[in-house]
Write a protein that binds this ligand. Structure first.
Ligand code: G4P
Length: 532
């Protein structure tokens, strides 16, 4: 297969949901349909048995939430699919944002009995910032659900996106019989035997015309009548399908189903793959980079250390943006200005990591990282030299002062804190002229502080003394020629430096920021680290 065909058949998307809506189950069913696993339950077994492939970290198992996001690749119907799992917890929305940077579209899973939930709202906002197509899968239709019309209305009102139901559920709970395909105007009826009832095998599907008299028998008169009424209402009230609006993230195609019983999973997968895009062009310092450009390019969107306790390795995840990657090729790490070969390039296939020989635009590859890469770095063919647009960092909102309990562990403390900061999980600040004995940790969500403490103990064997700080706002000082020590600041404002030596101010309120600006003429503050 040529380069063009390989890239054209790639689909790279992220899955987002409120915890428990069924993200893991749906991912697993995709893998089942793609033949990547033989039997469902292999990715996530019953509780206390096996854990999801994506549940890499110990802490994740303990708390039952996905802290970090993982990546999986599988083939389906000629497509090569890369799924990016995202953490469901809002405290990790920065990680979600980075993962979305690597995706070309997103699938939002919603629990049909609950509708839009808190985390769905927050993660959706992050999706919208990226302007990528968002597809909705309304899950758990095998249980009593809310009215599909209410669900659609809630998505539109609360998330502010138009919707287009691609299919419509026929009944719910035990009565969930199938879905009506609005384009083809026929019914896809599901049936299951006892094995299928647990969703272990692919589900049997039958396509029936809406006018088929057999439908009364299949669905029962009431369901059949309700369906006809629903369709009439829907055709009159719903937005028109418009692929351009879908591509711009303004209209979300909606599908109904049940990941657990497999009902509706395959129809969703098929239509979604048709509607979503192949790898899209990315902006760089040299303009748009065409995915079909034969020269390889990629950017770092995620770094994960110590995934494997036995090896203590650090894996950097790259999204390939153009051309073909070959494991023998030389590449240029643009930020480090260094020609190199990428070591142990690997991909996650269902349960295993596999060393790979090649990859194409759209793919996600993990490479062994001796500690040289940072989030947002560009890696490309030595024939090119450009930088992809930087990945913005979120301003931390929670701060904690930490130091090691055991003074002999200073080296491990510095190493752990630095490495975790390089991964982008926390930001480190220091008070001017103090060393790394004591640092201020800044995070977007409080849970990240707990993860930091846990990882310092388990991965670096360092116990911490910690002191919560009441700062809630951070601003970088943009003026380069200012004597920071002469700034007039309120007593509860703190001057710190980031690891690059940039000066910043920590404030306890918006009011203090205004006060500082008023008292120090010419002071320029910004919410983002422009130097990043
Ligand atoms: P998440 O990754 O979004 O957090 O959700 P996950 O897939 O882990 O699903 C959360 C729970 O919901 C699981 O039950 C799962 O079996 C169930 N579930 C997922 N999809 C469906 C569905 O379509 N219908 C129904 N009825 N349930 C569904 P659990 O009891 O918490 O876990 P487990 O013991 O089944 O692993």
């Amino acid at each position: 297969m040529g380069l063009k065909e390989e890239i054209n058949r790639r689909r790279t998307f992220a899955i987002i949901s409120h915890p428990d809506a069924g993200k893991t189950t749906l991912t697993e069913k995709f893998l089942l349909y793609g033949g990547a696993i033989a039997q469902a339950g292999a990715v996530k077994g019953k509780k206390n048995s096996r854990h999801a492939v994506s549940d890499w970290m110990e802490i994740e198992k303990q708390r039952g939430i996905s802290v970090t996001s993982s990546v999986m690749q599988f083939q389906y119907d000629g497509y090569c699919i890369n799924i990016l799992d995202t953490p469901g917890h809002q405290d990790f929305s920065e990680d979600t944002y980075r993962t979305l940077m690597a995706a070309d579209s997103a699938v939002m899973v919603i629990d049909a009995s609950k509708g839009v939930e808190n985390q769905t709202r927050k993660l959706f906002k992050v999706c919208v910032m990226r302007h990528i197509p968002i597809f909705t899968f309304i899950n758990k239709m095998d249980r009593e659900s809310r009215s599909p019309f209410d669900l659609i209305e809630q998505i539109e009102n609360e998330l502010g996106i138009q919707t287009y139901p691609v299919n419509w559920p026929i009944g719910c709970g035990k009565e969930f019989k199938g879905v009506y395909d609005r384009d083809k105007r026929h019914i896809i009826a599901f049936s299951s035997d006892s094995e299928m009832a647990f969703g272990k095998k692919k589900v049997a599907m039958e396509e029936v015309e809406l006018s088929d008299p057999a439908l009364d028998d299949m669905l029962g008169e009431t369901l059949h009548q309700n369906l006809s009424d629903d369709i009439e209402l829907l055709d009159g009230a719903s937005y028109e399908f418009d692929i351009n609006k879908v591509r711009n993230g303004e209209l979300s195609p909606v599908f109904f189903g049940s990941a657990l019983t497999n009902f509706g999973v395959e129809p969703f997968l098929e239509r979604f793959l048709e509607m979503t895009t192949s790898p899209t062009a990315r902006m760089s310092s040299e303009g748009l980079v065409d995915p079909f450009d034969p020269e390889f390019s990629a950017f770092v969107f995620k770094i994960q250390a110590n995934m494997n306790k036995a090896h203590r390795d650090r894996i950097t995840f790259l999204r390939v943006c153009s051309g073909k990657f070959d494991k023998e090729m030389d590449v240029l790490h643009v930020q480090g200005n260094k020609k190199m070969r990428l070591s142990q390039p690997q991909q996650i296939m269902a349960q295993e990591r596999e060393i790979i020989d090649e990859a194409y635009a759209g793919d996600i590859i993990g490479v062994f990282d001796p500690g040289i890469f940072s989030i947002g770095d560009t890696i490309c063919s030595p024939k090119r030299k450009f930088e992809f647009e930087p990945i913005p960092t979120f301003a931390p909102e929670h701060f904690m002062r930490v130091r090691q309990k055991d003074t002999l562990k200073r080296k491990q403390f510095v190493k752990g804190a630095t490495q975790i900061a390089q991964e982008g999980a926390i930001q480190i600040f220091q008070e001017p002229e103090t060393g790394m004995e004591e640092v201020i940790i800044g995070v977007v969500g409080v849970l990240q502080l707990e993860v930091f403490e846990y990882r310092m103990k388990n991965e670096y064997n360092v116990e911490l003394f910690k002191e919560s700080l009441s700062y809630s706002h951070i601003r970088w000082i943009d003026n380069k020629d200012i004597d920071v020590k002469k700034l007039k600041l309120s007593s509860d404002t703190k001057l710190v430096q980031d690891f690059r030596g940039n000066y910043l101010l920590l404030f306890t309120s918006e009011w203090n920021i205004r006060w500082a600006l008023e008292k120090n003429e010419g002071l320029e503050l910004s919410e983002f680290n422009r130097g990043a």
